[in-house]
Design a protein around this ligand. Structure first.
Ligand code: NOJ
Length: 447
């Protein structure tokens, strides 16, 4: 459909990033270590031994990066604060230089007409807190409250949009046998359930801290989900997909939407949680439920993956198109995902991440040609706009990522950026997809 037909108010086109993946300056200006700083220096934990020591060097080059965002025409930039850059020990002493960095970044964004969307926790737990048990420590929600208050107090005069946790399910992945995320240690199911509960309580405490310090704050959490998409619009087929999307399967602590989002929006874990994990889950008090469901403003969601589902609830036996990480590419995910989420949780939706990894390189003409990414963004956003035109309250789309960056334990190989980064010279080169996204944004804005 033609994007010009869309209502114009309040839709944000943005780009996203995360501190550890782009900042570098890992041990500069008083920053404390995070679990990712430590783990990426352990032999064999990341592809080719890649670390976040320098990565895109955004810490020193943020002005250039914001200029590139401004030229792109985005009105939102989602970034995360490195907890241990502002609180080197996780609690207590504040690192002035860390505060100054984010303060300057925020000013730079606002001067360029770009709204900051600030993520508090994008996986880089301060190492000092990890040594105290990390998310298993019953004090973890209070640590997070202190951190969120600091952020609210220092930046709340200029930042309105906040994301508490990024993909809590992937925090748990790093506590699961075979998981690559830091700390990449295998915990028992019981411990993982405790960590989930503490993460959700931490989310609730952060919402409270931000409400106390930032009048008018707009807050949510950003989980990720893979979306089952009905292969036709028969009611039964649609129902199968909806059921699958909101299922809580036994022994699946990673892929469930409801496990992480029902407690926030509906006030409790799904009933299957209590059945499957009887005797294993932590005590869940009425106060906990109330805290976790402290009202939020948005249902943020990271969506990359979709897959087709038939009326028998089966994935048709066809070779699905895949990206270089073997994630199925299914643009309808941005139609059905927001639609299902909106029906269930009744909150405005913002897609806080969506993007395509590729092995992009600079060609003979010194440019980065990435037609697959152009096609990906066009087809996914088309589906999003379709859902929006049908009345789903969708307020924004953030492409992941503005820059090629460190894809965690997979290193620098998978490039998601609209801007190519040469990791030796740190030179930035906008890819073809950068110019096409610029065009898409302009098309949308045309009267
Ligand atoms: C999810 C994460 O939030 C982000 O850090 C990661 O790089 C992208 N998805 C791509 O895997």
């Amino acid at each position: 459909m033609n994007t010009n037909q869309l209502p114009k108010e309040e839709f944000v086109f943005g780009v996203a990033s995360a501190a550890f993946q782009i900042e570098g300056a890992a041990r500069e200006d008083g920053k404390g270590e995070s679990i990712w700083d430590v783990m990426t220096h352990e032999p064999g934990k990341t592809k080719r031994g890649n670390t976040g020591d320098i990565t895109c060097d955004h810490y020193h080059r943020y002005r250039e990066d914001v200029r590139l965002m401004a030229q792109l025409g985005v009105t939102g930039y989602r970034f995360s604060v490195s907890w241990s850059r502002v609180l080197p020990n996780g609690t207590g002493e504040v690192n002035r230089a860390g505060i100054d960095f984010y303060s300057n970044l925020i000013d730079e964004l606002l001067q360029n007409g770009i709204q900051p969307y600030l993520t508090l926790y994008h996986w880089d737990l301060p190492q000092k807190l990890f040594e105290k048990g990390g998310w298993l420590n019953p004090d973890a929600p209070e640590w997070f409250y202190e951190y969120a208050r600091l952020i609210g107090q220092r930046f709340g005069d200029r930042v309105r949009y906040f994301i508490t946790l990024n993909e809590p399910n992937n925090v748990i992945e790093g506590m699961t046998q075979g998981g690559g995320n830091a700390p990449a240690l295998a915990y028992t199911v019981k411990d993982r359930l405790t960590a989930i509960h503490n993460l959700l309580k931490a989310h609730g405490r952060a919402v409270q801290a931000l409400r106390e310090t930032v009048p008018g704050a707009l807050i949510g959490m950003a989980p990720c989900s893979a979306v089952p998409c009905p292969i036709d619009t028969d009611l039964e087929t649609v129902e199968q997909a909806r059921k699958r999307y909101f299922a809580t399967a036994p022994n699946d602590l990673l892929g469930s939407v409801t496990l992480y989002s029902d407690p926030i929006f509906l006030g409790d874990y799904p009933k299957e949680y209590y059945e499957y994990y009887r005797g294993l889950h932590p005590e869940i008090t009425p106060e906990d439920r109330k805290l976790i469901s402290t009202p939020v403003d948005f249902c943020y969601q990271n969506i990359y993956v979709g897959f087709p589902l038939d009326r028998d609830g089966k994935v048709p036996d066809i070779a699905l198109p895949e990206n270089m990480l073997s994630w199925p590419i299914w643009p309808e995910a941005l139609y059905w995902g927001p639609k299902f989420l909106y029906e269930r949780y009744q909150k405005p939706i913002i897609i806080t991440e969506n993007g395509l990894p590729n092995a992009d390189n600079l060609c003979k003409d010194a440019k980065a040609h990435d037609p697959e990414r152009i096609d990906f963004v066009r087809r996914y956003t088309q589906q999003l706009f379709l859902a929006r035109a049908e009345g789903v309250d969708i307020r924004g789309y953030f492409y992941w990522s503005i820059l090629d960056n460190l894809e965690w334990e997979l290193g620098f190989g998978p490039r998601f950026g609209l801007i190519h980064v040469d990791f030796h010279t740190l030179k930035r080169t906008p890819k073809d997809s950068y110019y096409d996204y610029q065009k898409l944004i302009q098309e949308y804005r045309k009267p």
